[in-house]
Write a protein that binds this ligand. Structure first.
Ligand code: NAD
Length: 455
């Protein structure tokens, strides 16, 4: 695994971070079958494909793509496809693992998978991107399928990419219902109404529930809450719209080119029209420019990272001035940053809960496609709301259960001594991420025990 380090010397390899998350949660589950953890922390399968594309300038260029399957214990693999220059095998492995835990937290019957192609969509033509998507899918052959490994959008891909993926797979397997091989498709190609906004909508529902559960003392609703968002793509831009519609005040936002701030509040519609026209949030009138690093440190009630991994780290977590963090992105906070934030009393609604709205509506799209039905938007949104609220409650309840038991143990010296006999020292109180992983790991371990290990 490549070594990537932060300025503070912490290990930023996303796959090792994904494994640390599992190890940390397992400490709170002492009755796991011996050896099960070594199975659950590894990738089941990783495929690497190297393929050529004839690009617009007439030359041939090679691209590398990956598809990782982390687990199919609870159902077919499920996960997005990323087109980004920094895609690596370990990033895809980490993202696949996070999908397993995310699907388990929201209790949808999928396992975890993820894919990506190392390429820069900004430097490629529309036609180049279409060829890359098609060739990538052709190279994966039968390693993907409607009942084995189902794809979806992620960074750098969208509904149009999903249509190309579907069309390619359909060409390779004519004469059967191939719609469920990919979700996040355009509406007239079996897409689910509300899928595009599902990640941000899920984030909104989880945030509201977290406020209800007291995540920000003295603030029970979003009305007047100040929000800062890093990233202005599918997750970030739609979160900007939905949180503002819910009464919050968006005071800062960024994209890969930098950020802008206006403490009076930004109008998302004006912002998005500007972004569409200039391809950047920078330069919007009546705003101050900030760097991406500065944006993360702005005082606000809710900070929503909605871009890439490893943004809040050991070297900047102590300067974060948010009341709480809601992770629309996957893996934006490192384990060292988690410890700093927890010690400072800044709660983090973790990615495997906060951004699970996307996979939840993808599941509804998949069910519709399997049954050849078309559901209404309000029906899907109502199902999403219920699932996200239940999942948020499960995580908060688990945190209370764990920390309540720890407190009782501290006041009982015999139980405290017994708890230290595993050799790891006393268990620290659980943050929300640990609680979410304990919920997820418990569910996956339960299913693994029911199925047994084959053969
Ligand atoms: P996207 O490609 O639509 O948007 C990504 C955004 O991040 C862009 O605005 C880009 O300019 C910005 N960005 C990139 N680097 C940045 C940086 N260093 N600082 C600030 N902004 C930066 O991607 P997306 O689908 O919105 O995904 C964003 C995150 O949400 C990813 O972590 C993804 O895995 C996660 N996520 C997405 C979905 C989904 O349904 N799309 C579901 C769950 C999780």
């Amino acid at each position: 695994m490549p070594n990537v380090q932060s300025a503070a010397g912490e290990d930023l390899n996303p796959y090792r971070i994904a494994q640390q998350r599992v190890d940390q949660a397992a400490r709170y589950l002492p009755h796991l079958q011996p050896g099960l953890l070594s199975f659950l922390r590894e990738t089941s399968r990783i495929i690497t494909v190297e393929f050529p594309i004839e690009t617009a300038d007439g030359s041939i260029r090679m691209f590398t793509g990956y598809r990782a399957l982390h687990s199919r214990i609870r159902g077919p693999g499920k996960g997005g496809v990323r087109f980004h220059p920094d895609v690596t095998e370990d990033e895809v492995r980490a993202l696949a693992s996070w999908m397993t835990w995310k699907c388990a937290v929201v209790n949808v019957p999928f396992g975890g998978a993820k894919g990506g192609v190392a390429c820069d969509p900004k430097q490629l033509t529309h036609n180049d991107l279409r060829k890359i998507a098609r060739r990538y899918i052709a190279e994966l052959e039968d390693c993907i399928g409607p009942n084995t490994d189902i794809l979806a959008p992620d960074v750098g891909t969208n509904a149009e990419t999903m249509a190309w993926i579907y069309d390619t797979y359909e060409m390779m397997h004519p004469g059967r219902n191939n719609l469920p091989v990919v979700t996040g498709k355009p509406l007239d190609l079996g897409g689910a109404p509300g899928r595009q906004e599902a990640t941000a909508m899920g984030c909104l529902v989880a945030t509201r529930r977290a406020l209800d559960r007291g995540i920000l003392p003295g603030r029970k609703s979003l009305a007047g809450a100040t929000v800062v968002i890093q990233g202005c793509g599918n997750a970030g831009a739609i979160a900007a719209q939905l949180f503002t519609q819910a009464g919050a005040r968006l005071i800062g936002i960024s994209d890969s080119t930098g950020g802008i701030v206006n403490r009076e509040g930004l109008d998302p519609e004006t912002l998005l029209a500007h972004k569409q026209k200039t391809r950047s949030v920078g330069g919007l009138p009546n705003c101050d420019a900030v760097s991406n690093a500065e944006l993360l440190l702005l005082p606000c009630d809710i900070l929503i990272p909605a871009a890439l991994e490893n943004q809040i780290r050991a070297d900047n977590a102590a300067q974060v001035q948010a009341g709480c963090i809601v992770e629309a992105a996957n893996g934006p906070t490192t384990p060292a940053a988690d410890r700093i934030l927890f010690a400072r009393g800044i709660p983090v609604v973790p990615d495997i809960l906060a951004n699970a709205g996307g996979v939840t509506v993808s599941y509804y799209e998949w069910v519709q496609n399997v049954k050849m039905e078309a559901w209404e938007l309000d029906e899907i949104q109502e199902k999403l709301r219920k699932k996200m609220e239940r999942a948020t409650d499960a995580v908060f309840d688990k945190q209370r259960e764990i920390n309540g038991a720890l407190e009782r143990r501290v006041s009982d010296p015999h139980a405290e001594k017994a708890s230290q006999e595993g050799g790891h020292g006393p268990l620290p109180p659980a943050d929300l991420r640990t609680a979410a992983y304990v919920v997820a790991l418990g569910r996956v371990a339960q299913t693994a025990a029911e199925r047994g290990v084959w053969p």
